[in-house]
Design a protein. Structure first.
Lengths: 98, 371
């Protein structure tokens, strides 16, 4: 079971309170976790990554275990603590503005 | 009992405002989708309970929301707007080629006859259609693939397809307008397109016969006279009486012929409304007076409508999608401002009152007449 923390706007869109959880078959990577999120919550398609290219949206960042994973390859295994559910995978809306 | 439902898109959410036919007391619900840009909310003429909304932020991209109960509840539907085939290039501000890239939906136009069919005008400019109530979207690609498209360039707000006119009398006819490419017309339900900009003259375009490049802000027509189309261009209010084949200027005595919205009286196809704005570089009403101008002669002779509108120290703008008319016997005219006011008139513009004063900046106003 993978724990995921979404930014408030996406929690509202997905109608979830607090963390959501997804199951991932096979290696736990950004791609497999995002695939599982989008399968369970289709309204989130396109809000975290582009629906065609699968590129991370510019103002979205990924964190886990106090590491910025945003620029890792989507196929890089996530930290073991995320795969075991001990730590959440954080989807963060970047702070932007003036 | 008859009444109206006003649908308002703002910088921070959508609002639904309902009233009976007197249009004096209003129930206001919202914000829906708080914190998101709502560029447009529009109801289906074929089923007033069916409403579509375009929801967007720079962080999370484009969402389309659908209500099947008149705006009480909403559900996200499909949001995949993928250009068909090779995207090609348009011109960027500096004149260099720039690949087409989807940014947002500006305008949703539900079919006149089928509540499940809805068109979306998007930035970078293209036309999409859904025939399953917004679940799936397909581009009508021949518009974006038009021979002139490599010469299209964005206006200050982006290269947006912002207006879609459907015509019940000619079901295969569609007009669209793009800033700043101009008007395009299809007579085969979007399979092919040609520019419809003859007679437009725009400062900064050296070729007086330029087929494209005009910053058309809005076009409007009356369903009973579909060959007459009115236009608020960047500068100039224009009129066509041959379904867009040629245009002539009807600005005449307006205090400024710059502006964004234009709309037509529901019962008189020769009565039209605009909101003059001082200039393209200032974007405020002339003299700090918020005035709707009405022409009962299809242009050229304009009267200021001021009763109930602020006539001093008013420096708001009214955006292109932020004016609408209902079709009650004494027609209602509505518009929203970048200062967050929504004004309504229940007597065709003779007098005005604010429905609400303190919303976020208003992007769009639509109205449904409920019978």
């Amino acid at each position: 079971m993978i724990r995921v923390v979404l930014p408030a706007h996406l929690r509202n869109l997905a109608r979830v309170n607090g963390e959501l959880t997804v199951e991932v078959a096979g290696p736990t990577t950004q791609q497999s976790v995002l695939d599982a999120i989008e399968a369970g919550y289709p309204m989130l398609r396109g809000t975290i990554r582009d629906q065609v290219t699968h590129k991370r949206r510019a103002f979205i960042r990924f964190y886990a275990c106090e590491q910025d994973l945003s620029n890792d390859s989507p196929d890089t295994p996530l930290p073991e603590a995320v795969a075991t559910g001990n730590e959440p995978f954080l989807v963060v809306g970047a702070i932007a503005g003036g | 009992m008859s009444g109206v439902r006003v649908l308002v898109g703002t910088q921070k959410g959508a609002f639904v405002m309902t009233s009976d036919a007197k249009r004096k007391q209003w129930d206001i619900s919202g914000p829906h989708f708080t914190g998101w840009d709502i560029y447009h909310v529009k109801g289906s003429p074929a089923d007033p309970n069916r409403i579509y909304a375009a929801q967007n932020t720079g962080w999370f991209g484009q969402i389309i929301q659908r209500s099947d109960d008149g705006g009480k509840t909403w559900n996200p539907v499909g949001n995949k707007f993928a250009y068909e085939g090779a995207t090609g290039n348009h011109l960027w501000y500096d004149g260099t080629p720039r690949p087409w890239e989807f940014k947002r939906v500006w305008h949703l136009e539900p079919s006149l006859t089928d509540p499940d069919t809805v068109y979306a005008g998007v930035e970078d400019a293209a036309l999409f259609r859904s025939t399953d109530a917004g679940q799936n979207w397909e581009e009508l690609p021949s518009l974006r693939q038009h021979a002139t498209a490599p010469n299209w360039a964005p206006g200050a707000g982006g290269m947006c397809l912002h207006t879609i006119l459907l015509d019940k009398a000619h079901p295969d006819r569609i007009f669209i307008a793009i800033s700043s490419a101009g008007v395009f017309k299809s007579e085969d339900a979007g399979k092919s397109w040609r520019p419809a900009n003859k007679g437009l003259h725009s400062e900064g375009i050296p070729d007086p016969n330029a087929e494209v490049g005009h910053c058309v802000h809005r076009i409007a027509m009356h369903p009973s006279r579909p060959d007459t189309v009115f236009m608020q261009k960047h500068w100039d209010v224009m009129r066509s009486d041959d379904a867009g084949e040629s245009w002539r200027e009807v600005s005449d005595n307006l205090p400024s012929d710059f502006g964004f919205p234009i709309d037509v009286h529901p019962h008189d196809p020769e009565t039209i409304y605009v909101v003059p704005i001082k200039s393209d570089s200032e974007h405020v009403p002339p003299d700090g007076k918020l005035r709707v101008y009405r022409s009962r002669t299809g242009g050229n002779e304009w009267e200021a409508l001021t009763n109930g509108l602020p006539q001093s120290n008013c420096f708001v703008n009214v955006l292109r999608d932020a004016m609408a008319v209902d079709s009650l016997e004494s027609p209602g005219i509505y518009f929203g401002t970048t200062g967050g006011q929504v004004y309504g008139s229940a007597d065709a513009g003779d007098s005005w009152a604010p429905i609400v004063r303190d919303l976020p900046a208003v992007y769009s106003v639509e109205v449904q007449t409920l019978r």
